[in-house]
Design a protein. Sequence first.
Length: 302
Amino acid sequence: MKNLKMIAIGAFCIVAIACQNDFKEVETTNTSQKEITFSEKLAPCPELYALVLPANGTGSPILPNVESFIFKIDLSITPIDYNFVSQIKIGGVPVTCVTGITDMLGVPNYAWAVTGVNSNFPKRLLKVKITTGQASIANTTTDYLQDIDNLDANTLVGIKEGSSQIMKIDISSGTCSPFGPSGFPSQYNGLTVSGGKLYTISGNTDYICSGKRGDIFQYELTGGDYTEKFSYKSTSSSYTMKELGFYYDACYGKKWLIGSAQAIISNNTNIKPCAIPYPTFILNTVTTHQNYHGIYDFMSKI
């Protein structure tokens, strides 16, 4: 009887151990599945592109005969990558004085672009294939524009070239209408939409923080006058020399990013007026040994 009992107990223990092992295996499998599911849910960082013109230090309107290029920027490494992608052309003809570029929402490999007063295709809304630069005219805009961004799926927002007037642009018609009253400085040099707000920058003014360039103004997406003001706090004119690519990086920790017409990319992690930190130098695009230096707009694309 004792032997039978011992055999029964032994069998029970073997089954119990086997069950425990099975449980551990299932638990490990489930944990692995959870980890995979979690990693799959992590949003990828957007690809970052720049509208680049080989004319350093020019103002607005952009001078005639300046050709237009798209470069790709990788913020994940130091120094950052800055590489040629394409030249913007219509039917093989280089488009001059492209003044703004932004994502064509939901359409892979395509962007919207606008042209200024001195372009060989002036006052146009262009549909641009990013990888080739081949463009077609989507509409004629009712104003000359610069530094565009998406307000919603049907509406762009941009700056009326050479002014501080923010405009809404109806994609389907090209019709432009005021977003709000003209801004406080005489000219805005960059614009970006981020975190449910719209931000503009006047690169070479220091109204907000004396001696520190880069006055920034915040707007509600519903329009109207600016609601708050900040400062990029640049002590170097080359960091904020118009025109300016203006962008907020929420993925790699660079936060406020500026690409200037004088070939400098810089960033600032805090735009609270007159408080450190000040902007940080990231890259002088001249050192990449390419002839296209002036960064006139940024565009992110998922």
